[in-house]
Write a protein that binds this ligand. Structure first.
Ligand code: FMN
Length: 190
């Protein structure tokens, strides 16, 4: 019974992540992505762009010039953090990032990026560059070639999930570890 419950939690976690991709108000749509940056730990809000339970993949999109990408070259390990204040469920998912840039993945994904979002990638100064005025950090009216050249997809293969639910009377916590062929599921003390 306990094992079935763990499997259900794992399935619900992945289906919740998939829902968050499509539902703009879903609490898991804007996770925090933790990384080992060039100068130590770093974390930032991202938009979750896809969640694939079978491939065990979570993806996000970013500017290839951003600092986080330099960090991935040093250490591709990431930790995603999701929290739903309604259910009081926290999910942490660990994995390794593959940076896609100027390849089939980015070309296929770029066509589906909303026009308004495409502009963000055309800003001439790289993300994090000093500027004299915020107006200098805005995209020019249209420079689609520059925008697509800066577009990157971050694909993270997930190998570990820590699930925690704070209940009124008791708390439950479970861990799921990818063993290469299946998930090992276990309850742990919260
Ligand atoms: C609501 C929200 C959503 C965001 N989504 C993304 C995103 O999908 N991709 C991204 O690169 N940055 C996104 N950002 C900006 C990042 O949080 C971060 O400031 C930026 O990527 C620079 O991070 P870095 O210096 O670690 O590379 C978002 C910020 C907010 C507030």
């Amino acid at each position: 019974m306990s094992s079935d419950e763990l499997r259900t939690i794992l399935e619900q976690t992945w289906s919740g992540l998939a829902k968050a991709v499509d539902q703009v108000n879903h609490p898991w749509r804007f996770p925090a992505l933790g990384t080992q940056g060039l100068d130590g730990p770093d974390v930032r809000t991202m938009v979750l762009r896809s969640a694939d339970a079978v491939a065990r993949q979570l993806t996000a999109q970013t500017d290839i010039r951003s600092t986080k990408v330099s960090g991935f070259r040093k250490d591709p390990r990431v930790a995603w953090h999701f929290f739903d204040p309604q259910t009081r469920v926290q999910v942490r998912a660990h994995g390794r990032v593959t940076v896609h840039h100027d390849n089939e993945v980015t070309r296929a994904t770029w066509t589906a990026v909303q026009e308004a979002n495409k502009r963000n990638y055309a800003v001439p100064p790289a993300p994090g560059s000093p500027i004299d005025d915020p107006s200098l950090g805005q995209a020019p009216a249209s420079d689609k070639a520059a925008a697509s050249a800066n577009f990157a997809v971050l694909s993270s293969g997930i190998t570990f999930i820590d699930w925690l639910q704070l209940g009124d009377e008791w708390h439950r916590r479970a861990q799921f570890t990818w063993t290469g062929g299946d998930w090992r599921c276990a309850w742990v003390a919260p």
